[in-house]
Design a protein around this ligand. Structure first.
Ligand SMILES: C[S@@+](CC[C@H](N)C(=O)[O-])C[C@H]1O[C@@H](n2cnc3c(N)ncnc32)[C@H](O)[C@@H]1O
Length: 221
């Protein structure tokens, strides 16, 4: 199968956004070109997944890039509270041959999704500046399959309004029953985190899975 060249993808992406204008079009035009996107991509490139939940996923631009340019095949669900993006998202993905389930939802509320539905969750967008991360990560835990992967970014403490430096961030992951596979500074502003859902055996106790394939082939730091 021939995949789309990056340049072709970006032309189609931009044309779509221009024909469905909104206030922040320029930001979204640039999103798939950005350094942060490329760094995330390199972190998750070795992973395999079949069903992704994109929390605050907007039009689904990261999914369409991965599908069209990287040749990844997966089911895609997006939660976003912007009606314009949720309405346009399915048409946008369709251009790239990807189907998507877009749900209009404020992620401050419990997700309208069943338990253990996804093997990958993305959350790109400095969640701790906006949300109670403990509550949010517990909800992400609920919808992930056992050993599922949660990938997110977060700004450094002190930058903008964020609260977490590395140690409290690791503590938060532990408290919400995720094993950190990678947590590193990906630029001068933000951490990139890849974590795995730990299977709860008893209250307050986690079980490490010793199967080497359990991390989807991801090599922890
Ligand atoms: C800056 S965009 C990021 C989009 C994409 N994840 C990316 O990194 O390119 C943030 C998205 O989060 C959505 N959002 C912000 N607060 C939200 C909330 N409380 N519930 C659901 N979506 C929210 C916005 O509508 C927007 O589409």
């Amino acid at each position: 199968m021939t995949y789309m060249k990056e340049k072709e993808f970006l032309q189609i992406h931009e044309a779509f956004l221009r024909s469905h204008p909104e206030k922040y079009t320029k930001w979204f035009v640039n999103a798939p070109l950005s350094g942060r996107f490329r760094r995330f991509l390199s972190a998750i490139r070795p992973l395999k997944w079949t069903s992704v939940l994109d929390v605050c996923g907007a039009y689904g631009e990261f999914a369409s890039y991965m599908h069209a340019v990287e040749g990844r095949h997966f089911e895609y669900t997006c939660l976003d509270f912007n009606p314009h993006r949720v309405k346009c998202g399915p048409h946008y993905l369709e251009i790239f041959g990807l189907k998507g389930n877009f749900i209009l939802h404020n992620i401050r509320e419990p997700f309208p999704l069943p338990e253990e539905e996804f093997d990958m969750v993305w959350l790109f967008g400095w969640c701790d500046t906006l949300f109670d991360c403990y509550k949010l990560f517990n909800e992400i835990y609920r919808v992930l399959e056992d050993n599922g992967i949660f990938m997110f970014n977060m700004a450094y403490a002190g930058y903008y309004k964020t609260k977490y430096s590395e140690a409290p961030l690791r503590e938060l992951m532990k408290k919400t029953s995720f094993e950190v596979l990678r947590l590193n500074k990906i630029d001068s502003q933000e951490y990139g985190v890849v974590a795995k859902k730990l299977v709860k055996t008893r209250i307050g106790e986690n079980e490490e899975n010793e199967n080497p394939m359990a991390n989807n082939g991801f090599q922890p730091d």
